[in-house]
Design a binder for this molecule. Structure first.
Ligand code: NAX
Length: 348
């Protein structure tokens, strides 16, 4: 329920809503809600940017106990926006409570990499968080819950989540490479001097890490093959590493990691999943592999996907040349190493 004074006027707002909005409210859980991505994401969801202006939402926010007080301030601000699509907001430090009957879950909260911390420490610290959250989703979320993992290492965190949620279909649990995808589109549009809307069929393969493979072999710019419009050396030597390391570029400039663009990407990932991808285009989502393109079944790997009728499907039949194969395999190997490092935490 709303906890700010302004929010307590929710009853009056509800009666206005009842005349204009007929859909049943959906429950949206957001973890790490008090963090910087959370701060950008909550207001977009509450404003109707996720499911539209006629879909009421209930926000169920999860934070660690020490962050609950600050989160209360965010709840007050949400109330002060008087969003017509926001029915109520609850907060908790218990995953079981935050995920109760959730239709959607944005798993943003994660353990950050501390000074001197090895990658393996980061993997293990997060593995424990996502083991608990996977179990809570399994036991308490709506049976059709759709989940996006944003918190890093996102692909492997999603794998842990789904292995600890045996009663859910593994395909319900995905990870975010949409920010990488959007960066890849935007950088290509800037290079070729066209609006982003003229860029199609870019994709990100593999891990949300610097081993990711931003693939332009199937992309088009203004209806013509992208690789006929840019220098191949630029693509291979500048573009690929720049997309993969764009996060570091933002940190260097802003003094903080990407937040609004990450929140936007999470929202677009979920919106496309529910409402569908643009006709004639695809997007990138990290999903459990079905064995396509030689990627081992079950590994959470980013593929080009289309979404339709609330379901995603890997784009099939793309030609993979030796340049692409090498990069797709390198990022696959990294994901296998991550999986092997936390294998013992897999439930059931
Ligand atoms: P912040 O540190 O600002 O916020 C994280 C929040 O999560 C904190 O408020 C913290 O208290 C909370 N938290 C930690 N453990 C929790 C738990 N067990 N349950 C609930 N909440 C918990 O980080 P922010 O910038 O918001 O980034 C969040 C995550 O997104 C990080 O792991 C970050 O690396 C990752 N990112 C992933 C991206 C992707 O493309 N997949 C891009 C953006 C971002 O870097």
């Amino acid at each position: 329920m709303f906890e700010s004074p302004r929010c307590q006027s929710g009853k009056r707002l509800m009666s206005i809503r009842e005349t204009s909005i007929m859909k049943k409210p959906v429950r949206i859980a957001v973890t790490g809600a008090g963090g910087q991505i959370g701060y950008a994401l909550l207001f977009r969801i509450a404003a109707g940017d996720f499911l539209g202006p006629d879909q009421p939402v209930r926000l169920q926010l999860l934070e660690v106990t020490p962050a609950l007080k600050a989160l209360q301030g965010v709840v007050m601000e949400l109330g002060d926006c008087a969003f017509h699509t926001l029915v109520d907001v609850s907060t908790s430090d218990q995953a079981d409570v935050a995920f109760k009957d959730a239709d959607f879950a944005f798993l943003v909260g994660a353990k950050p990499r501390g000074p001197g911390m090895e990658r393996s420490d980061l993997l293990l610290g997060n593995a424990e968080i996502f083991r608990v959250q996977g179990r809570a989703l399994n036991d308490h979320a709506a049976r059709g819950v759709r989940v996006i993992v944003v918190g890093n290492p996102a692909n492997t965190n999603a794998l842990i989540t789904s292995r600890n949620a045996p009663d859910l279909d593994a395909r319900q649990i995905t990870a975010m490479t949409r920010l990488d995808h959007n960066r890849a589109v935007a950088l290509l549009a800037a290079k070729t001097n066209v609006p982003v809307a003229d860029v199609h069929r870019v994709c990100i393969w593999g891990n949300h890490s610097t081993t990711q493979f931003p693939d332009l072999h199937h992309a088009s710019v203004s209806g013509k093959p992208a690789l006929q419009q840019v220098d191949v050396a630029w693509y291979q030597q500048e573009y690929i590493p720049r997309v993969a390391k764009r996060g570091a570029e933002v940190i260097a400039a802003r003094g903080a990691s990407s937040a609004a663009s990450a929140a936007n990407a999470a929202l677009e990932h979920m919106r496309d999943w529910v409402l569908g991808t643009r006709a004639g285009d695809w997007t990138s989502m990290a999903i459990p592999s079905d064995g396509s393109y030689g990627i081992p079944k079950g590994l959470v790997y980013s593929f080009p996907v289309t979404c339709n009728g609330g379901k995603y499907e890997i784009v099939s039949g793309l030609e993979v040349n030796s340049f692409s194969r090498e990069r797709m395999d390198a990022t696959r190997r990294e994901l296998e190493e991550e999986r092997d490092a936390i294998q013992h935490l897999f439930g059931g």
